[in-house]
Design a protein around this ligand. Sequence first.
Ligand code: GLN
Length: 517
Amino acid sequence: MDDLTRLTAADLAQKLSASEVSSEEATRAHLERIASVDPDVHAFLHVASERAIETAKAVDARRASGETLGPLAGVPVAIKDVLCTQDMPSTSGSKILEGWVPPYDATVVRKLREAELIPLGKTNMDEFAMGSSTEHSAFGPTHNPWDLERIPGGSGGGSAAAVAAFEAPLALGSDTGGSIRQPAAVTGSVGVKPTYGGVSRYGAIALASSLDQVGPVTRSVLDAGLLHDVIGGHDPRDSTSIDHEWPSMADAARAGLRDNALKGLRVGVVKEIAGDGEGFQAGVKQRFDETVRLLTAAGAEVVEVSAPSFEYAVAAYYLILPAEASSNLARFDSVRFGMRVNPVSGPVTSERVMAATRDAGFGAEVKRRIILGTYALSAGYYDAYYGSAQKVRTLIQRDFAAAFEQADVLISPAAPTTAFKIGEKVNDPLAMYLNDITTIPANLAGVPGLALPVGLAPEDGLPVGVQLMAPAHEDARLYTVGAALEQLLEAGWGHPLLQSAPSLAQSEMFASEEGAV
Ligand code: GLN
């Protein structure tokens, strides 16, 4: 049974369609894996075992009756708890929404169901997607399967850890400043932030509406493409959704597996985030440089590009994000959703109930950002803070436009370091914020980004990821280049998440020498 959890989604889907295995068997195998490792990993906030088995049986029955099913029918999937699910609690990692079951499904969740994937449960995350380590979850941290004392990244650490620990072949995440790509980088998984507007945000509990984007977290680029094809496309329920003819991302990934897919491709190394600056780990830089050399050897034309405004990206983001978050989180008012707490003493007025509820229901990081955002938007400061940040955003967009004149894709490390220790940065907000130094620019410009693993850092044996970025609407290009690069790397590296690992003990799920370069 255990080996069913080691397969990529594409391979599992093939076995399902050939009726070599049933969806029920595959689902049970993943539920067993969850039962055995999740007490240590804590990737899940909610596991829907019975419902998953029922759904799997129904898919098996439909297949047996000869119906034509979608390419991922019967494949299990984990869902970040930021997404509304009408049959499972949806907390966004916050106490204020503990136990809340939404009255509707997010569009992406509805699409998973229509495509007959099997939702396994909801994954842990930093509260309201604020964080880079999943330590800000109100329900306790998730542990990195590579080393349980380390963080799995954030905010979508639960989804990345679930995929890296073979608890699910596929997961959904959301990325506002890096929450899909940075967790992918530090867990050795693949994560994609689509073009802004490419995937519906309807039913995704909003953090910063102009930045948020839902996307896939997987163990291979092709799997990410297959999942992207399921969730992507225009949604009239999301006013920022783009009405665009998207090509198949899975086909784009397959195109990358053909010979010479990288020949003549112009790859831009973004000087400002190429790993030389302060805060970048030596082993990250080393693996990044090797990846660039590999691309050159495969016939790509590597050029250096400059994006001078990226220097201000984190600062601008931490004005725009709190401003939008403070407004989005105003809906948690003790009346419409979730928790209600009465003041300990004094009159019970609606304002005092609201204050007591928000005080008890929100964690420290959420409060910090609401205060920051309210301040940045206040009369007298609006132009100086929010206005300036929006100007920086325009400059970053111009930097991207100029860079894409010289290059088809841009490349950078996906995160400045490998997974750090739990507790190391949790009390230092600035240190935490700097984890997204390479991922935030893509959110500010709305362009797509794909993170994929390229090896282990020599100093600590932990995964290193690189990020590819493409112009808006060109997500398919990322899949082609990503799959080509993954194939090149696999030959030399023996990717530990792709090549079937032996059955692993709970506390040492990966020995560090496994797959070492
Ligand atoms: N780590 C970033 C933050 O804390 C990104 C969060 C995200 O992408 N949701 O805001």
